[in-house]
Ligand binder design. Sequence first.
Ligand SMILES: [Zn+2]
Ligand SMILES: [Zn+2]
Length: 210
Amino acid sequence: MIVDLHIHTNLGSICSQLGPDELLERAQQLGIDAVCVTEHHSHRGANKMVEYAAGSGYPVFRGVEIYTELGDMLVYGLKRETRYHLTTFEELVEMAEEDGAVIIPAHPCRGWGRQHRHPHIFPQEVLGHIVAIETHNGANTIRSNEAAAAIAEEFGLLGTGGSDAHAIWQVGKCVTVFEREIAGEEELVQELREGRFFPAYLEDLMKNAG
Ligand SMILES: [Zn+2]
Ligand SMILES: [Zn+2]
């Protein structure tokens, strides 16, 4: 099952131009099986998107992207609303544990590159609290994604893929391919926890599919 795990819509992210109608249409057009809406700091937009898509039968899951001092974290399965201001990673881990949610650092190596003289250090404090890292981010440079993949390999972590779409043309650029069909949020969290997935560029998947 092909899922875009990282999407911002204009229902919940001021920075996004992507409308709910466009997202549904584009995702289906691309042959993606489901999308997961991950607005900044709030489930409100994702809730609206789930409602919007309900009649269509197209699966929409909810996640949230939370800024912490250790970087942006994608969280799946969080059952509570979050605050807009900074959440510490420690607070986030506590919330996730209580709610049975999983944490995946988003674009952990964004900004790495020749032009940056001081590369960020991957915060190893997160290890043990995350189920994977986002190695395929559609809004990243290839170089940043390669750096993330190298870190995943170094620490024996799995990678996920998501477009980080803020506009229609970005939808589905990166995806996560799950071994099993996922019917709802709980199953999504379960599959992420169990590690039954791999990340991909949609373009490569389609090429290989012939
Ligand atoms: Zn944004
Ligand atoms: Zn994002």
